[in-house]
Every structure is written in C-alpha cells, then in structure tokens.
Design a protein around this ligand. Structure first.
Ligand SMILES: NC(=O)c1ccc[n+]([C@@H]2O[C@H](COP(=O)([O-])OP(=O)(O)OC[C@H]3O[C@@H](n4cnc5c(N)ncnc54)[C@H](O)[C@@H]3O)[C@@H](O)[C@H]2O)c1
Length: 397
C-alpha cells in the first residue's frame, strides 16, 4: 500500500511526510515536489530562517533516523504524464495534496504571477483528479488543504463548507460560494469547485481541509533531530503573519501590524495541522465530499502581535508593536466567526496546541538562527522590486 504526498518538501509537507511515515509504518510514503518553494523564496531575495538540508540529504537523514518507508520523487506535477505515471505505479490508497503556490502577495506581483499561480495550482489538482478517474482508483481518497480564505470575509458566521439556502419557498444545501480576496486564494476556490464536481460526477472520496494560517516551527518529529527541521519563512511574500512576527521579535524589529489590525484570522499550529492531515489520511473511502475548517482559534492581528510580544518577553526579548499602512485591500475590522466543530471532533483528535506556548517555542527554536533573519531584515517589508518572470519564465503577462 502507498500514500502519495504532493508538496512534501514544503513547510507543511515535510513534517507531514514524517508524520505519515510514522503513522503508517507498513505503507510506503511517496512524496513528490519540484522544489519550487525553495526557488520562489530565493527569487524574492529571502531565505528560510531555519536552515534546511538539500533534498537528498534531508531524505537520507530521515531514513537514517528510522523513517525508512519514505521515498522522494523530484518532479513537477505539471510535467506531461508525471502524475499519471506516479498514480499508475503506486496506486495510492490516499493522496495528500499539498503542492501549490501558496502565497497571496506572490500571486499579486503582476499578471504573470497571478496566471502562474492559478495555472499551477488548478492544473495540478485536475491532473490528480483525472488520473484517479482514468486509472479507476475508486478506492483512493484525495485530501487537499485548500484555505479558509475561500470564504472571503462575509458579515455572518462562516459555516463549515456547506450552507442551507432558501429561495422561492424551497431549500437546498450548497457549498459556500468562493468569495476569496486574492488570486492565490481564488485558485483554491476553483480547486474546491472541481473537487466537488469530481465527487458528484464519479463518486470520489474527497476531504477538503480549509486551512487557516499555519504557524510554528516544530512538530514531534521535526524536533527529534535538527536535520529533520522544516523550513521557516519570514519575508513579505512567503512568511505568514504569525511566523513573520516571531522572526521580527527575534531580530528586535517592531512587529508590523497592517492598518488597524482588528480583523480576526483563523489560525492553526503546525503540529495540529500535521496531525489532522494524518487523521484525514486514515479515513477509509466512502464516496463522500467533506469539508473541514482546519483552524483552532480566531485571533485579531493586533492581539496576535501582543501575544508574540508577550512570548518574546518570556524569552528575554522586548519588542514594540507598530501600526503601518495596510498594503492589502481587506476589511480591517472584520469579526471573523467560523464554525469548526466537525474539524475539532473528527480530525484534531485532542485539545489544540496553546497559542502562547507555541509562540514561545517558536521564538526559542529560531533563536540560534537569529543572524539569518537579521541579514534579511528588509525582506519583512512590502514594496520590494517586482520579481521578473515570477514562478515560471515561460509565463508572461
Ligand atoms: N501554510 C499556511 O499557512 C497555509 C494556509 C492555508 C493553506 N495552505 C495550503 O497548504 C499547502 C502547503 O502549504 P505550505 O505552507 O507548506 O506551502 P509550501 O510552498 O511550503 O509547500 C508547497 C510545496 O509544493 C511544491 N510545489 C508547488 N507546485 C508544484 C508542482 N507543480 N509540482 C510539484 N511540487 C510543487 C513546492 O515546491 C512546495 O514545496 C498549500 O496547498 C497551501 O496553499 C497553507
């Protein structure tokens, strides 16, 4: 039996590969990645704050530490025939699909970047769906991390995927519309629509995890040895707000809250994200399309900055919180309310990681690498010169 993991070299992908290897020791965990995330961050003039080994060294280190059922395929899911070949050879029991260009600001650099992001993300998912279909893998479950950003910022409590609508005195249950507010997030709304279509047309078993902002530097497995660490980005394009704040605190840079910072955001610690993915990968096929809001807390950006400042204090660092003009178009006071009962009950498997404890642990984990962050302080800021030919030189605006 095999588990296929796409995007297994990424921030979330690598710790997920390790967790899957431990959770399913009698199965082969095949992870595929084209290493694009490494290139994109370099292109943006930045670097992972936690040094990560070259792909072959990373795999060798994991194997020598007991993760013997891991295999790596370096390849682009958009390379003609690759997805079909991988699926036909391994006939995976489950596919955990994480490969994507995941940055909203990167997708908005210019038309080429928006086009690249949507093409890359949507084409990869279509190939997986059609590969499953054409090879008759009816027992294969597809698990994908889309994003809570699909919902946009409506003025009502956000449901967990589906909503009841009433028109003309009649009712139906439909997926919440995709009202995403970036070209990246919209790529995931398009994916969600195609996942639902594949389920209705062919009865595929699909678990869509609408992932909140993932933060933190460590999981149980990455903490076993420095060679097992995952990447940690802090730059304007690829550093998610929580991780960026932790890196800013470490380098005595004021925490930059965009605008009022009153809008609440859904968060999930890396450990919880990885655990819930492993649990989703254990679910037997059932022909259903299920959506989970993969988030454990809703925190305003301002409260988050205060939390990071408090966590930094516990590590002996004092840091200011500064408001800066918001480079994003967003509802700065949006009271995000979001249901996540199914996620907590069916996938999380226990109490979530504490926010403050995780922030403290993250700052402590980064601490020996402080100089890497300090050497790239200008990368925190927006307004960097536009990257030429983002993502794929073949795509132009
Ligand atoms: N990290 C978060 O806060 C967050 C939040 C919501 C959703 N997600 C989603 O979770 C997934 C993982 O996110 P992440 O933060 O680990 O991102 P990441 O960029 O670190 O990981 C994605 C990986 O996919 C690879 N990849 C991209 N396109 C590929 C292709 N065509 N062929 C092969 N490999 C390809 C990249 O090289 C990268 O290693 C993504 O789908 C992302 O959209 C992440």
């Amino acid at each position: 039996m095999a588990v296929l993991l796409t995007g297994g070299d990424g921030y979330l992908g690598w710790p997920t590969a390790l967790r899957l290897a431990r959770r399913f020791p009698s199965e082969r965990i095949v992870y595929v990645d084209n290493l694009a995330r490494r290139r994109w961050v370099t292109e943006c003039g930045s670097v992972s704050a936690l040094p990560i080994p070259a792909p072959a060294d990373r795999l060798a280190a994991a194997r020598s530490l007991g993760y013997r059922n891991l295999s790596f395929i370096e390849g682009d899911l958009l390379e003609p025939g690759l997805v079909y070949r991988i699926l036909s050879v391994h006939r995976p029991r489950v596919i955990v699909h994480l490969a994507a260009q995941p940055s909203a600001p990167y997708s908005e650099i210019n038309g080429a970047a928006a086009s690249f992001t949507q093409h890359n993300n949507n084409e990869a998912t279509r190939r997986l769906l059609w590969g499953i279909r054409e090879l008759g893998l009816t027992e294969t479950r597809l698990v994908e991390t889309t994003t809570t950003g699909i919902y946009g910022a409506p003025e009502y409590p956000i449901p967990e995927g589906f909503m009841e609508v009433e028109r003309g005195g009649r009712r139906d249950r439909i997926p919440h519309p995709g009202m995403a507010s970036s070209w990246y997030h919209m790529s995931k709304a398009h994916d969600a629509a195609n996942l639902y279509l594949a389920n209705r047309q062919w009865g595929l078993s699909i678990s869509e995890l609408r992932t909140g902002i993932v933060y933190g530097a460590e999981t149980a497995e990455t903490g076993e040895d420095p060679a097992l660490g995952t990447r940690f980005d802090f730059d304007f394009y690829f550093g998610v707000v929580v991780n960026r704040f932790c890196a800013q605190a470490l380098s005595d840079h004021p925490l930059t809250v965009y605008g009022l910072g009153a809008q609440r955001k859904p968060l999930i610690a890396l450990e919880d994200a990885v655990e819930s993915l492993a649990r989703a990968a254990a679910r037997p096929p059932d022909g259903a399309y299920e959506i989970f809001n993969q988030a454990t807390s809703l925190v305003s950006i301002r409260d988050l900055a205060e939390g990071v400042s408090e966590a930094a204090k516990a590590c002996g660092i004092s840091v200011e919180v500064n408001q800066v003009p918001n480079p994003r178009r967003e509802k700065e006071q949006h009271l995000m309310e979001m249901e996540n009962t199914a996620f907590l009950q069916e996938l999380l498997g226990g109490p979530p990681q504490g926010l403050l404890e995780t922030l403290r642990a993250t700052i402590a984990r980064l601490s020996p690498h402080r100089r890497i962050v300090e050497a790239h302080l200008d990368r925190f800021l927006s307004g960097l010169p536009a990257v030429k030919n983002p993502g794929n030189p073949a795509v132009t605006s």
